[in-house]
Design a protein around this ligand. Structure first.
Ligand SMILES: CC(C)(COP(=O)(O)OP(=O)(O)OC[C@H]1O[C@@H](n2cnc3c(N)ncnc32)[C@H](O)[C@@H]1OP(=O)(O)O)[C@@H](O)C(=O)NCCC(=O)NCCS
Length: 177
């Protein structure tokens, strides 16, 4: 399935990935503060970043959903990503589609993550017709929990990361029928 979906908000463009996103995304993935609550907290190098972007693009082609590259409309800078993925890392909640995000530190504290997440949620529910979206964050990641709360997601349960053993919190949003 080929899709060229682009979403816009007042401050952001959400679009498919390009080759020149690898460097700025690698810089975001190399920041320990950004990575603190992701997986076991390890930073990721350029090769892992590139592999991640290739995997995102494959997901877009195969499933018609994926993580968008998020760009600042004013400056054209890469802000990070936001979008949809299948949470294979947590088999107990499958089948599911997860909403997620990761922004560079200069873009925190400005309401941009919530702005991006809102348009992704709308895309998931209206455009893709999904009935149920989950959000998963590490316990302690208050910023992500705050975004999920602002999206109107309901805290469903706590569980444990099957590989790292860290406590996770699962939020859910169901489309109104
Ligand atoms: C998770 C992450 C994207 C959240 O970013 P964020 O900037 O804190 O998120 P928000 O969009 O909710 O903005 C936060 C604050 O910006 C402030 N803000 C400033 N200007 C604003 C505006 N114009 N509109 C709305 N809020 C604004 C608000 O006070 C808001 O906080 P509040 O709603 O609690 O008052 C960011 O911390 C991140 O990338 N972390 C690392 C990666 C990560 O943890 N990913 C998630 C794994 S599950």
């Amino acid at each position: 399935m080929t899709t060229t979906t682009t979403l816009r908000t007042p401050r952001l463009t959400l679009r498919r990935w390009r080759e020149d996103d690898i460097e700025p995304m690698a810089a975001i993935n190399a920041d320990p503060e950004v990575m603190r609550w992701i997986g076991d907290g390890s930073v990721r190098d350029r090769a892992l970043t590139e592999a991640g972007i290739v995997a995102c693009e494959r997901e877009w082609e195969e499933h018609g959903v994926g993580l968008f590259a998020v760009e600042c409309r004013l400056t054209g800078q890469l802000v990070g990503f936001a979008g949809l993925s299948v949470p294979d890392f947590l088999p107990e909640i499958l089948p599911a589609v997860e909403i997620g995000w990761r922004f560079g530190r200069p873009f925190w504290g400005r309401g941009l993550a919530t702005e991006a997440a809102r348009v992704v949620l709308d895309f998931a529910l209206r455009d893709r017709g999904l009935a149920r979206i989950v959000g998963v964050h590490t316990v302690g990641d208050d910023a992500s929990e705050g975004v999920m709360r602002k999206l109107g997601m309901r805290r469903e349960r706590e569980t444990t990361h099957p590989v790292h053993g860290l406590p996770l919190c699962v939020h859910v949003l169901e489309a109104r029928s």
